[in-house]
Design a binder for this molecule. Structure first.
Ligand code: NAD
Length: 320
């Protein structure tokens, strides 16, 4: 792949917009496109050259990067809908199809199969790090594809991210992402239930944090994204749960995890339950809040009764 890639960048939304800006700043020739005119305008205002159509954006491109809401969007755009040509047909042979959207593992494998069948190359590279990471160029990319194709896209991904991990063959990037987010979603629920239980038992947030953060309960949900204000001043709980990582995205990613659990036959119980919990949370007002606000849901549904910290100390083995 030549040093000076020409990148067709499709999907200039919350993530794709700033990622495209970083590619332009690094000197890549970018042709941006989005089906929503307002997204195109914002990208243009930030210096991203835009194309008149999806097909126009891929002509002359050696990389077609997609950053779409779902796998359906990716497969439809690749194949074309409503009689128009798809991206696979419009691109020159040997084009690198680089999908950074978060989609089902099976859909990522299907996208790779279609791209390769059409004479192209394919890599899935979903991200973590959110809009802040997209703007700062500090995303983590989880990459699935051949070793050679991974090496080919690595310099481009390093412009937009600070960590680029080759996870295996096609679909492995998505696999790593759903597995990680299954851990994250479930651990945040466990941490939140523990804090609410601590409240009921009269244990202060700080005391629980001091013990668990240095003990076997230690995890990212506790020590970085702590769901109660105070112990970790930078966590979203200290700014009324502004995301961060929005509840809607956690609900989406856990649905993808459940699809993967079902299609592989894993005897999972916590994952599907976590997916259901975030789905309800997102539907009941948590969609735009950080996912750690799940603690407010748990607390609200737990009633008011709680012990004061000094009562707990008295109850704790001391004779009355
Ligand atoms: P978004 O909805 O803001 O952006 C997606 C864009 O794709 C939209 O502007 C939409 O108009 C455009 N689009 C859809 N179909 C298209 C087509 N055929 N051609 C051109 N444009 C098309 O979503 P986002 O927040 O930028 O997220 C994008 C992806 O990144 C999702 O898969 C999401 O799960 C993942 N992700 C998001 C975050 C985050 O914090 N927002 C974090 C990690 C991963």
């Amino acid at each position: 792949m030549p040093e000076n890639h020409t990148v067709a960048f499709l999907g200039l939304g919350h993530m794709g917009g700033p990622m495209a800006v970083n590619l332009v700043k690094a000197g890549y020739a970018v042709a941006g496109f989005d089906v929503v005119p307002a997204a195109l305008e914002v990208a243009r205002a930030h210096g991203v050259p835009v194309a008149a159509s999806a097909v126009d954006s891929v002509s002359g491109a050696d990389v077609v990067l997609t950053m779409f809401p779902s796998g359906r969007h990716v497969l439809d755009a690749y194949q074309g809908t409503g009689g128009g040509p798809g991206l696979l047909a419009a691109a020159a042979p040997g084009t690198m199809f680089l999908d950074c959207s978060t989609i089902n593992v099976d859909e990522a494998r299907e996208a790779a199969r279609l791209a390769i069948e059409a004479g192209h190359r394919s890599v899935d590279a979903p991200v973590s790090g959110g809009v802040v990471g997209a703007e700062a160029g500090t995303l983590t990319f989880m990459v699935g594809g051949d070793a050679q194709d991974f090496e080919a896209v690595r310099p481009l991904l390093e412009v937009m991210g600070k960590r680029v991990v080759h996870c295996g063959t096609h679909g492995a990037g998505q696999s790593a992402k759903v597995c990680n987010n299954l851990i994250l979603g479930a651990s945040m629920i466990a941490v939140s239930e523990a804090f609410v239980l601590g409240e009921k038992l009269g244990l202060s947030h700080q005391a629980l944090f001091d013990v668990a953060s240095a003990a076997s309960g230690q995890c990212w949900a506790l020590t970085t994204n702590c769901p109660v204000p105070g112990p970790v001043p930078t966590s979203p709980a200290n700014r009324d749960y502004q995301p961060g990582f929005a509840g809607a995205l956690m609900a989406k990613d856990l649905k993808l995890a459940v699809n993967a659990l079902q299609s592989t036959g894993v005897a999972a119980r916590v994952g599907p339950l976590a997916a259901e919990i975030y789905d309800t949370f997102a539907a009941e007002g948590g969609a735009g809040r950080d996912f750690s606000a799940i603690i407010t849901d748990i607390r609200n549904k737990s009633g008011q009764d709680k012990q004061e910290p000094h009562q707990a100390a008295q109850d704790d083995g001391s004779p009355e």
